[in-house]
Design a protein around this ligand. Structure first.
Ligand code: ATP
Length: 299
């Protein structure tokens, strides 16, 4: 396709990370996945993604992240191109800020941003429901990022119900090493299963917007599995609590942990106390709105 006379069209997007305020493993399914009940919450630590109209489909990524067909952002673009019968390409540039294999859904949010962005750049104009159907084929967390805010996820985590969310100050701590999701799930035993009732308590805590209630309701059934391999998880949580966090928990399959602060100001103080050479720390706010935001775009 000719680029024509004008300049290439270009979109710049922010793709936010998530934490799991609740992650309950109910059991193992026949399809090999685990049955989950989770409360996912978008937070304002974001990758930046640039999409430019191009003849071919290609991706440039940050160091340490594959730039080939293993990259979820490129897979998302290929899936939309095929499903919508698009003949154009795109140049995708990923500027990673979210740590990789960290339990924060980095690859999934990139995939959601590429779906939402190319839906617009290519003029596909699919409604949200249709994009969500494609999203779930890429990964169970991808549909959540097309929405943002807070959501209850059931099934494999992909069946979503929106829940009211509060603006909370959190502190994320990452030990600067990756942990594979498969590795953590591989250590899960039936003793780590629970009944799914904690999610309701969390939804109520969020509705009342009380940081103390949210902190007291945190739960992650994968944490014992991750702690077996990585003692740093308990150490990072202890450091958050010692620095004044109201509660601390691992996100997703780890190894990132997060602490709940009384306020944004306190989140920044806690971050200052916990930040050490070996750990990477962020003070973040929870997002009540979309996880994917278009920062700039046009001709
Ligand atoms: P989740 O919380 O959904 O399990 P995660 O945050 O733990 O995800 P990711 O950062 O998505 O994990 O990375 C998981 C794996 O996916 C890594 O091995 C990484 O190389 C690969 N990957 C593929 N695409 C991406 C991407 N766009 N960003 C980061 N990692 C990616």
């Amino acid at each position: 396709m000719s680029k024509g006379i004008g300049r290439a069209r270009r979109l710049v997007l922010n793709a936010a990370a998530k934490v799991n305020l609740i992650l309950e493993v109910l059991g193992k399914r026949d399809d090999g996945y685990h049955e989950l009940v989770t409360v996912m919450q978008a937070v304002d630590l974001s990758d930046r993604i640039t999409l430019e109209d191009a003849d071919v489909l290609e991706l440039a990524s940050s160091p340490g992240v594959p730039a080939d067909g293993r990259n979820l952002a490129l897979r998302a673009a290929m899936a939309l191109r095929e499903a919508a019968g698009v003949t154009r390409g795109a140049r995708i540039t990923l500027d990673k800020r979210i740590p990789v294999a960290a339990g924060l859904g980095g690859g999934s949010t990139d995939a959601a941003a590429v779906l939402a962005g190319l839906n617009r750049l290519w003029g596909v104009r699919w409604p949200a429901e249709r994009l969500e159907e494609l999203a779930v084929e890429l990964g169970m967390d991808v549909p959540f990022f097309l929405r943002g805010g807070a959501a209850l996820g059931t099934g494999r985590g992909e069946r979503l119900t929106e829940i009211p969310s509060a603006v909370l100050g959190l502190v994320l701590v990452n030990p600067r090493f990756p942990v594979s999701t498969a590795e953590t799930y591989g250590r899960v035993t039936p003793a780590m299963y629970s009944d799914g009732r904690r999610a309701r308590t969390m939804a109520e805590a969020l509705a009342r917007r009380g940081a103390g209630r949210v902190a007291a309701s945190l739960y992650n059934g994968l944490e014992p599995a991750a702690r077996q391999g990585y003692p740093q998880i308990a150490q990072m949580e202890a450091a958050l609590m010692a620095a004044g966090a109201l509660g601390a928990m691992m996100s997703g399959s780890g190894p990132t942990v997060f602490g709940v602060a009384r306020s944004w100001e306190q989140a920044r103080q806690i971050r200052g106390r916990v930040a050490r050479g070996a750990w990477e720390c962020w003070a973040v706010r929870t997002l009540r709105g979309p996880a994917i935001r278009i920062r700039a775009g046009g001709a």
